[in-house]
Design a protein around this ligand. Structure first.
Ligand code: HAM
Length: 437
C-alpha cells in the first residue's frame, strides 16, 4: 500500500521546533498586550465574496490562489454557498467588526490573531500552501482617531520592538504611501499610459499586467525589466496634499523614536484594499540570508475604505501580518532550539512499583516539577539510559526506597547521588535543578 504523506505545500511541525513556535507566539502575545491589543479568533473559512470584495478580484490571491468550494446544501430550502479557506485574515477581522457592531463602542479596536492561512502558491523555501500568520489590526470610527498617522507609527514601533525582543538580528523597514483610493486610480491611469509604449519589450507577466493590473508590474523581479521599471512614474507624484502630509507625519513620529526606514516607491503590495501607508519588514541581506527570495518577514498597511467595501460603516484601519514560518526560518539560522529535558525521570524498579511511581510523579508534578515517568517493565540499565536522554535527574523507586521513604536521586550534570526523604524531595530537587547547580 502506498504511504500517505502531508499534502505538498503543507508540513508537520514537530518538537523541538514547536518550542520555537511557542516562544514566538508567547513573545507576540506579551508584546502586543503591552500595547493594549486583545486577541480575536475568526473562522478559518468564510464566504468567498468576502475575499473577492476586499482583497480584490484582479489580485493573484483571489484570481489564482484561493481554495474555494461549493458547499452542498443539506436541505432543499438551503442554497449552495461558495466558501473559501482564508488566504489572509484582515478581511475576516473587518467582517467581524461589522457583524458585531464594534464601531458602536466609539473606541478604537486593537485586535491580534495567530493562525493558519491558505494560498495555492508554488511551494518553495519560505512559501507554503498552509502557512501561519501573526497579525494585528487597529480600526474604528474616524472620531476615535483611526485615521491618525500616530496609529501607523505606533504599529510600526511595536513591530520593531517585537522583532528586537525575539532577537531577529537584521531587519529593514520599507515604507511607502499608495495614497487615497482616488490617488491610486489616478496613478494606475498614469502608469497604464506610461506602460503602453514600453510593455512590448518586457517579460510576459509584465505585458499582461500592463493591461490587467499595472501596479503589479512594480513587483517584477526580472533583471532585464528593471531599467524600464525605474523609468516609470512614481506613485508619490500622484498623491494629493493630504496623503503627503499623512505620510510625513508617520515619518516624523518614527524619527522621534529612532526607528529607521527606507522609502520604497515600488512597495504597492498585492492586495487591493490598501490606502496611504504600506510597509514591509524584510530580512536585511547584509546581515542575514536565511530567507532567500521570500525575504518579506511581514507586510501591512492602512485600509481606510475596506469596511465600506464589504458593506460596513466607515472604519479606517491599519494592520500587519507576520509570516510566522519565515520568522522561524530566520531565527533558526542563528540557533537551533535544544530538545527540552524534563526535570526528573521517575524510574520504578519492577512493574509492581508502577502504581507507587505514578503517585510519586503526581506528587512531584503538583510541586511544579516537569516529570517523565518511566516503567517498571524496563531493567535498571535501560531506565537509567533513558533517564539520561530525557531528564536532568532521576529518582529511583525500588523496594527499599518504597519501604524506607528515602529515595535515591542522581543529578546527571554533576554525576552526584543523593538520598532524600520523600517529604523533602520537591524542595531539594528544586534547589538541585536551579541553573547554578
Ligand atoms: P501579505 O503580504 O499577503 O499581507 O502577507 C503577510 C506575510 O505573510 C508576508 O509578508 C509573508 O511573511 C507571509 N506569507 C504570505 N504568503 C505566504 C506563504 N505562501 N507562505 C509563507 N508565508 C507567507 C497580508 O496577508 C495582509 N492581510 C496583511 C495586513 C494586515 N495588512 C493589513 N493588515
Amino acid at each position: 500500500m502506498s504511504i500517505l504523506k502531508a499534502v505538498r505545500g503543507t508540513r508537520d511541525l514537530l518538537p523541538p521546533e514547536t518550542d520555537l513556535w511557542n516562544r514566538i507566539e508567547a513573545t507576540a502575545r506579551a508584546v502586543f498586550e503591552r500595547y493594549n491589543f486583545r486577541e480575536i479568533r475568526t473562522p478559518i473559512f468564510e464566504d468567498t465574496q468576502l475575499f473577492s470584495r476586499s482583497v480584490g478580484e484582479e489580485t493573484d490571491i483571489v484570481s489564482k490562489e484561493m481554495y474555494t468550494w461549493e458547499d452542498r446544501p443539506r436541505a432543499q430550502s438551503e442554497k449552495a454557498q461558495s466558501l473559501t479557506l482564508r488566504p489572509e485574515n484582515t478581511a475576516g477581522v473587518v467582517r467581524a467588526y461589522i457583524e458585531h457592531r464594534l464601531g458602536e463602542t466609539g473606541q478604537l479596536q486593537k485586535l491580534y490573531y495567530i493562525g493558519p492561512q491558505f494560498r495555492r502558491e508554488r511551494p518553495q523555501k519560505g512559501r507554503y500552501r498552509q502557512f501561519f500568520q501573526i497579525g494585528a489590526e487597529v480600526l474604528g470610527p474616524p472620531s476615535a482617531g483611526s485615521e491618525s498617522p500616530l496609529r501607523d507609527a505606533e504599529v510600526l514601533e511595536m513591530l520593531a520592538a517585537f522583532l528586537n525582543q525575539l532577537g531577529i538580528a537584521g531587519w529593514k523597514l520599507k515604507l511607502n504611501s499608495v495614497g487615497s483610493s482616488e490617488d491610486r486610480l489616478r496613478y494606475v491611469a498614469t502608469l497604464r499610459e506610461a506602460l503602453a509604449p514600453v510593455a512590448a519589450g518586457m517579460c510576459e507577466d509584465c505585458r499582461r499586467r500592463a493591461v490587467s493590473n499595472p501596479l503589479r508590474v512594480l513587483d517584477c523581479k526580472v533583471p532585464e525589466d528593471q531599467p524600464i521599471i525605474a523609468g516609470l512614474p512614481r506613485i508619490w507624484d500622484s498623491l494629493d496634499d493630504a496623503s503627503r502630509a499623512h505620510f510625513a507625519a508617520v515619518c516624523a513620529a518614527l524619527d522621534a523614536c529612532g526607528i529607521t526606514y527606507e522609502q520604497d516607491h515600488r512597495l504597492v503590495r498585492g492586495l487591493d484594499y490598501y490606502t496611504r501607508t504600506t510597509f514591509e519588514f524584510v530580512e536585511d541581506a547584509s546581515t542575514g540570508q536565511a530567507l532567500g527570495a521570500q525575504n518579506a518577514l511581514l507586510g501591512g498597511g492602512r485600509y481606510d475604505g475596506l469596511s465600506e467595501a464589504i458593506g460596513g460603516p466607515s472604519a479606517p484601519g491599519i494592520g500587519f501580518a507576520i509570516g510566522e514560518d519565515r520568522l522561524v526560518l530566520a531565527l533558526q539560522a542563528f540557533s537551533q532550539e535544544k530538545p527540552q529535558l524534563a526535570d526528573v525521570y521517575v524510574a520504578p524498579l519492577g512493574d509492581d512499583r508502577n502504581p507507587a511511581a505514578l503517585a510519586l510523579a503526581r506528587h512531584l508534578r503538583d510541586g511544579g516539577l516537569n516529570v517523565e515517568l518511566g516503567d517498571g517493565l524496563f531493567r535498571m540499565k535501560k531506565s537509567l539510559e533513558t533517564a539520561d536522554k530525557q531528564a536532568r535527574s532521576v529518582v529511583i523507586l525500588g523496594e527499599d526506597e518504597l519501604a524506607s521513604g528515602i529515595l535515591t536521586v542522581k543529578h546527571f550534570a554533576t554525576g552526584k547521588q543523593f538520598k532524600i526523604p520523600r517529604e523533602r524531595l520537591v524542595e531539594e530537587l528544586a534547589v538541585l535543578l536551579t541553573p547554578s547547580n
